[in-house]
Design a protein around this ligand. Structure first.
Ligand SMILES: N[C@@H]1[C@@H](O)[C@H](O)[C@@H](COP(=O)(O)O)O[C@@H]1O
Length: 243
């Protein structure tokens, strides 16, 4: 595991954008595993800026997103489909046909999860998977549990995640209770993983993920077993690391 400490959110975003664009420059038809949440917004903005300057070209890139709320229509401004179009896809020259987000409108969970898992396989796997981390150590929507989920599946969101994500909705009651997410096994198959973290409220989760025991109670702790993980985190997020 390589850990880069940055002074603040802006520097974290720039460093992460550097790593993603280096991937795209060295392999223009890379499969990028993408993530949502507030953490990657600055990184997407940076990538758009470099695209506008002609420094990075997305024309051959393919993408797969980690997760999606079950039951939200694509045009719902809280769906991850909407998020990805707003923050990245509609702002760069990526071919929309090459972008993939689990289909939250498919109410048959088994069918949708099997389709998505197969799709990732058919693309030849993920070259680099971007991750954020939840305050309870979740990655994608893999919540703390008593076992690691292998493949794409439907999850019941925990109260802590509903609480954390309600800021984006009119009220906690509007936050969907379920989501589709790549499994821990799906994520671990990515050739490279880029975890970005900012803010003191993530410091506990990050310290447990990196230095704690590997346990499904802290889903991100599994990353200790991946052989190519880069963490880009600001000082606040690294403030609880053991000295
Ligand atoms: N499913 C997403 C995760 O992929 C994300 O990493 C996490 C943290 O979000 P934020 O970056 O807003 O703190 O929240 C959500 O639950």
């Amino acid at each position: 595991m390589r850990i880069y400490e940055t002074a603040n959110y802006e520097e974290m975003s720039r460093k992460a954008a550097n790593i993603l664009s280096a991937q795209v420059i060295s392999k223009p038809d890379s499969v990028l595993g993408l993530a949502t949440g507030s953490t990657p917004i600055g990184m997407y903005d940076q990538l758009v800026e470099w695209y506008n300057k002609g420094d990075v070209d997305f024309s051959e890139v393919k993408t797969v997103n980690l997760d999606e709320y079950k039951g939200l229509a694509r045009d719902n401004d809280q769906s991850y489909y909407y998020f990805m179009h707003k923050h990245l896809f509609d702002r760069v020259n990526i071919n929309p046909d090459n972008t993939n987000v689990p289909d939250g409108t498919q109410m048959d969970s088994e069918k949708e999860c099997a389709r998505y898992e197969k799709l990732i396989e058919s693309m030849g796997g993920v070259d680099i998977q971007l991750l954020g981390i939840g305050r309870n150590g979740h990655i994608g929507f893999n919540e703390p549990d008593n076992c690691f989920a292998k493949t794409t599946h439907c999850v019941d969101l925990t109260e802590s995640t509903i609480e954390a994500n309600k800021r984006f909705f009119a009220s906690a009651d509007d936050v969907p209770r379920q989501a589709y997410t790549m499994g821990i096994g799906t994520i671990m198959k990515a050739k490279k993983i880029l975890l970005i973290v900012n803010g003191e409220d993530k410091a506990d989760a990050l310290a447990k993920a990196v230095y704690g025991p590997v346990t499904p109670e802290v889903p991100a702790s599994i990353l200790q077993f991946h052989n190519d993980v880069v963490i880009v985190a600001d000082q606040a997020a690294l403030s609880k690391m053991p000295k």
